[in-house]
Design a protein around this ligand. Structure first.
Ligand code: G3P
Length: 224
């Protein structure tokens, strides 16, 4: 399973890249706004900086909701960098835009997926990725992971190549469950990736190894 970070924070993207496990980045207008990036020029420059840090796909979302507007934005976004993937919302106009863009060889990440039917439509239109929002489904007492499972089964039934990108990941358990089910990618906050590192027995074990080492060294010094 690939690991993407779901942020527009350059420091966090660099930190994830330096960890050596980063395969890509997803952003959305809320995440860009959180970083205080305002104005088209600045937003495009910010995407350029992200692409220079990470080797993999970088999703950049359109803000238009009409077909023509989405295509115009997509044409501008893909000029920023060859690794830009155009993020299109799961609405009727978006579906038509996915069909057109994928036909032109442009990679699309279809976002705001909350049902298997939406995922199937996006895949049929040629999306490279579908982004089911796990955490937001959990928020309304629906099992987000069950949706990942459902989409996996459907895509496997028909050999659909569209990649399942588990989004709205909120914790390390979401990441592990996504991997178990067979999501192709999990896009996560850096904190959830870092949380995978932690285990109390690792800390206790390391402390014991080091204290045994220190003890053995002081004993051998006494012998000399
Ligand atoms: O990739 C989609 C993601 O950014 C949504 O996450 O935490 O806002 O539900 P969240």
């Amino acid at each position: 399973m690939k690991f993407f970070v779901d942020t527009a924070n350059l420091k966090q993207i660099k930190e994830a890249q330096e960890l050596g496990v980063l395969d890509g980045v997803t952003t959305n207008p809320s995440l860009m706004a959180k970083e205080g990036v305002v104005g088209k020029e600045n937003i495009f420059e910010h995407y350029r900086k992200i692409c220079e840090i990470v080797d993999g796909d970088v999703s950049a979302e359109v803000i238009s909701t009409d077909y023509d507007g989405m295509l115009k934005e997509a044409a501008e976004l893909v000029k920023i960098h060859p690794r830009i993937v155009v993020k299109i919302p799961m609405i009727k106009e978006g579906l038509k835009a996915i069909k057109y863009l994928s036909g032109k060889g442009i990679k699309v990440n279809c976002t705001l997926i909350f049902s298997a039917g939406q995922a199937l439509l996006a895949a049929k239109a040629g999306a490279e990725y579908v982004s089911p929002f796990v955490g937001r489904l959990d928020d309304i007492s629906t099992d987000g992971m069950e949706l990942i499972h459902q989409i996996r089964v459907i895509f496997d039934n028909f050999g659909i190549k569209t990649k399942i990108l588990a989004a709205s990941i909120r914790n390390p358990v979401h990441i592990i469950k996504s991997a178990e089910i067979g999501a192709d990618v999990a896009t996560c906050p850096l904190s959830s990736i870092l949380a995978l590192l932690n285990h109390p027995l690792t800390d206790i074990g390391l402390e014991k190894f080091l204290s045994d080492y220190r003890t053995s060294q002081s004993v051998s010094k006494v012998k000399i």
